[in-house]
Write a protein that binds this ligand. Structure first.
Ligand code: GDP
Length: 467
């Protein structure tokens, strides 16, 4: 990722400022659990840790001292700090309550603010929310004790806290604690990637397409001596050669250029072997350039390639090569065929080139860089839920029987490619998912990358939904 995008990501925290580094001594990100006494913080922490180690006691104010627990989830390691309960006061708001929230905001990378659905937002909660709204780190509101359908309705009351939608959980029954961990993990990953090592990463590129569409001619243009340094290195498959092209400060590693440069001549179907080889390169790449012979238009074979690329989860762009051979009259037909046959990669930008004259070839590498960024782009939970708030009412989700499903919360669970998890109260129709994806793309871009939309319905019975 270029430094610019990294800066942009760092600036996506609550107040728009990059958050200072906060780490435990072991170098793990810190997740602080804050909330009034008796809202169920310790029970929740126990769920995370997976053993009954955190002190649990039904009396308020028992867990006085903050304690840290190491949690591993989804390939990430972080420390969860139970900040302990707040002393309840008969009258007025405890200064301690606010002071503790302030401390958490200073010491943590991510804050989980646990509130109690059975009581609704209290004066203490509102005072804490006021402090947390100023925090430079993400705050997740976890509405605990949602133990039945009734609790579902109550969680909307927490919108008053001004910290975005609350995520319903039941620490006691373990319900949705996996979901909460997913959301925490997404934020932790934000911290990790923001702090990722300096330097421009290499972009792995595969050139895929039928034989004779102009792959090797295009590659020779891209690796032309006047504009790039070419540095051949052994690839991962036998006799494969990767070549690195440096252009505009970015290293593009072209996967298995041996397969592109040397024609695989074989009596028993050269076309087939060449194709298999170019598709194998797809899985080793970040970005796939799908080359199509524009003078022939997309064929069935091209369609299969597009489908295969879409399934691979790689970023992609479509290059209509041999554009010099396309006359005016055939363009409308070509456009129509393209929409139909390449619908699997409808999100991919389309470039028109001529490897013969060199026209349009200069636009390929900048486009590769741009789709690679989209593939790796993370939208914060805050931005995602703000967007959800705008579109949720306008898209009927479908549902079970006469009961329409509702969207509760969304988070980006992973990137490369982006995966958005939608937490809902019931099933969502395919049509609604497509509409949501369309809106998501309109708002956040993602041109050139597939976006996976995952629907997670609330668990009907007790027990943490785990993957
Ligand atoms: P590959 O098998 O996909 O690597 O295709 P090649 O690069 O070997 O090209 C196949 C044939 O198409 C060669 O004769 C090229 O000269 C020709 N060719 C490649 N690109 C273009 C182009 O943009 N325009 C025209 N007119 N011919 C091209």
């Amino acid at each position: 990722m270029p430094a610019g995008a990294k800066r942009e990501r760092a600036a996506q925290s609550r107040d728009g400022a990059a958050s200072p580094k906060r780490r435990t001594r072991a170098g793990r990100p810190v997740v602080a659990i804050v909330g009034r006494a008796n809202v169920g913080k310790s029970t929740l922490v126990n769920r995370f840790v997976g053993r009954r180690e955190a002190i649990e006691h039904p009396e308020p104010g028992v867990t006085r001292d903050a304690r840290g627990y190491d949690v591993a989830w989804d390939g990430l390691a972080f420390t969860v700090v139970d900040t302990g309960g707040w002393e309840p006061r008969a009258r007025g708001i405890s200064a301690k309550v606010v002071a503790q929230a302030e401390r958490a905001a200073q010491a943590a990378d991510v804050i989980v603010f646990v509130v109690d659905t059975t009581t609704g937002p209290t004066a203490d909660d509102l005072a804490v929310a006021k402090t947390l709204r100023l925090a430079a780190v993400p705050v997740i509101v976890a509405a605990n004790k949602v133990d039945g359908a009734r609790g579902e309705a109550e969680i909307f009351a927490f919108e008053r806290l001004g910290l975005g939608p609350a995520l319903p959980v039941s620490a006691l029954h373990g319900r949705a604690s996996g979901d909460l961990l997913d959301v925490i993990a997404a934020h932790v990953r934000d911290v990790e990637t923001t702090e990722a090592s300096e330097g421009e990463p290499e972009i792995g590129v595969a050139i895929a397409g039928r034989p004779n569409v102009g792959k090797s001619s295009l590659f020779n243009r891209l690796a032309g001596a006047d504009r790039a340094i070419v540095d051949p290195t052994p690839g991962t498959t036998r006799d494969a050669v990767d070549e690195v092209v440096v252009a505009g400060g970015t290293r593009f590693r072209f996967v298995d250029t041996a397969g592109i440069r040397r024609k695989v001549r074989n009596a028993s179907g050269p076309e087939y072997y060449a194709l298999v080889r170019s598709l194998r390169a797809v899985d080793e790449a970040d970005v796939v350039i799908i080359v199509i012979d524009a003078s022939e238009g997309p064929t069935e074979q091209d369609q299969k390639i597009a489908q295969r690329v879409a399934e691979s989860g790689r970023a992609a762009l479509v290059v209509l090569n041999k554009w010099d051979l396309v006359d005016e009259e055939s363009r409308p037909v070509l456009e129509r065929d393209l929409k139909d046959k390449l619908r699997f990669v409808s999100w991919a930008p389309v470039l028109r080139t001529s490897a013969l004259t060199g026209r349009g070839v200069d636009r390929i590498l900048p486009a590769v860089r741009s789709v690679r960024e989209a593939w790796d782009k993370r939208v914060t939970t805050g931005q995602l839920n703000a967007w959800l708030g705008e579109v949720a009412d306008r898209i009927p989700l479908g549902g079970r029987g006469t009961k329409p499903s509702k969207l509760r919360y969304a988070t980006m669970a992973r990137t490369r490619p982006p995966e958005v998890v939608l937490f809902t109260t019931g099933p969502v129709s395919d049509q609604a998912i497509r509409a949501l994806e369309r809106r998501l793309r309109e708002r956040f871009g993602f041109e050139g990358t597939p976006v996976r939309m995952v629907v997670r319905q609330k668990a009907k019975r007790a027990g943490a939904p785990r993957r």
